[in-house]
Design a protein around this ligand. Structure first.
Ligand SMILES: Cc1cc2nc3c(=O)[nH]c(=O)nc-3n(C[C@H](O)[C@H](O)[C@H](O)COP(=O)(O)OP(=O)(O)OC[C@H]3O[C@@H](n4cnc5c(N)ncnc54)[C@H](O)[C@@H]3O)c2cc1C
Length: 373
């Protein structure tokens, strides 16, 4: 039983059904309607690398490495294109302060021997002519790519069903049922009881709020709001080829004239209102760097809630009560981490040990310390 029909629940469901498990996925609203619908879709472990998160970098690079085979298999199984683009990424600096910060980012990546190339402004403009002439410095990250989140989610839904998975939507899980110290199923909002030997909680930022989970097995999640614009170029593709990351946002081309411009990071609980300030901030930075973007048409202002954890890492695999499994806490990296999450969580369902790269992301790291002793 899987709770949650976002990209994570669908990917876990697909892989679990492929391995012969009988899988039912429960989604309370619509498949992929939450964060999975609004994400930018960057697969960018190297651009997002932080010196304080080495384990997350390793996990992200492993997952990015799985992507080509993952999407190739998915398009065969689903019969649709999941929208993966090997486009590369440019990190850009507009002024002396930003250039200094970018030099530090470069030094850290070179220390770890990550693939990155330093470009002067004119060299970056040779790659992306739409960049403003005032550009100071850029880093090219050739291995950081992007996927179209809605296309991927749709492909996963089709592949899940084709593999024999059962989709129930709308079906809201009101409570996890625990009997004799182990999970025995879930109770739906309408009272229906569904038995299951194993339950995977993939309910995004709502995962920590699911009633019925014993206190010693709960995990701390915080909602992180993000506002993001969807745009398109009426004259077609070509303005930008690579993902562009600036301080503090990004512009992601879909390759067909569509773009997303994101995103805010706001600690505002589950508030999903769209604000004028966010639109202003997002457009101000992007138009300074890519003046031609002023001709883009605004299609949508989207708001999503990221599931954040205290260490920004996901929670993957068996929980602290038998039969409970976690696939949540992906914060800014749900799309990047989709292939590895499915692999790790399904391994856990079969009782296989976590791989070295996934081991730091178990639920045990949030378990309360034993009392006394
Ligand atoms: C603005 C923005 C930009 C982003 N950009 C990127 C990016 O470029 N790259 C990247 O890798 N990640 C990005 N992310 C992060 C990514 O979107 C998330 O990490 C990912 O979508 C999480 O997927 P999920 O399936 O866990 O959660 P969700 O998509 O939130 O899905 C959870 C689902 O669970 C359902 N649910 C909840 N409770 C219940 C219940 N009780 N019963 C039944 N169903 C329930 C919900 O209805 C929902 O459909 C971005 C996020 C935002 C907001």
């Amino acid at each position: 039983m899987i709770v949650g029909g976002g990209v994570i629940g669908l990917a876990v469901g697909w892989r679990a059904a492929q391995r012969g498990l009988s899988v039912t996925l429960l989604e309370r609203e619509a498949i992929g309607h939450a964060a999975s619908r609004v994400a930018a879709g960057m697969i960018a472990p190297i651009s997002e690398a932080s010196p304080s998160e080495p384990a997350l970098l390793a996990l992200g690079r492993e997952s990015a490495g799985l992507y080509p085979a993952f999407v190739a298999e998915l398009s065969r199984c689903a019969g649709v294109d999941p929208g993966y683009r090997r486009c590369g990424t440019l990190l850009v600096a507009r002024d002396a302060d930003e250039a200094e910060a970018l030099e530090r980012e470069l030094a850290f990546r070179r220390e770890l021997e990550l693939p990155v190339r330093r470009l002067l402004g004119r060299e970056a403009r040779a790659l992306e002519p739409a960049l403003a002439p005032t550009l100071r410095l850029a880093l090219e990250i050739p291995d950081d790519h992007a996927i179209d989140p809605r296309a991927l989610t749709q492909a996963l839904e089709l592949a899940f069903c084709a593999a024999g998975g059962e989709l129930r939507c709308p079906a809201e899980v009101a409570e996890l049922v625990v009997a004799n110290g182990r999970v025995s199923g879930v109770r739906l909002r309408d009272g229906e009881l569904l038995a299951a030997r194993q339950v995977v909680v993939a309910a995004g930022p709502w995962s920590g709020q699911l009633p019925g989970i014993p206190s010693e097995a709960q995990v701390p999640l915080r909602p992180v709001k993000g506002q993001i614009l969807a745009l398109h170029d009426p004259s077609g593709p070509g303005l930008l080829d690579r993902v562009l990351r600036m301080q503090p946002g990004y512009l992601v081309p879909r390759g067909d004239g569509r773009y997303v411009l994101g995103a805010t990071m706001e600690e505002r609980g589950f508030d999903t209102t769209a604000t004028a300030a966010a639109v202003f901030e997002l457009l101000r930075d992007a138009l300074e760097l890519v003046p031609g973007a002023s001709e883009l048409v605004i299609d949508e202002l989207m708001v999503g809630i990221r599931p954040g954890t205290a260490d920004n890492g996901p929670i993957l695999g068996p929980g602290m009560v038998e039969g409970l499994h976690w696939a949540t806490g992906h914060h800014r990296h749900g799309f990047l981490l989709t292939p590895i999450t499915a692999e790790v969580v399904v391994s856990g369902l079969f009782g296989e040990p976590a791989s070295t790269v996934a081991a730091p992301f178990g639920a045990a790291r949030f378990a309360p310390a034993p009392v006394g002793g």
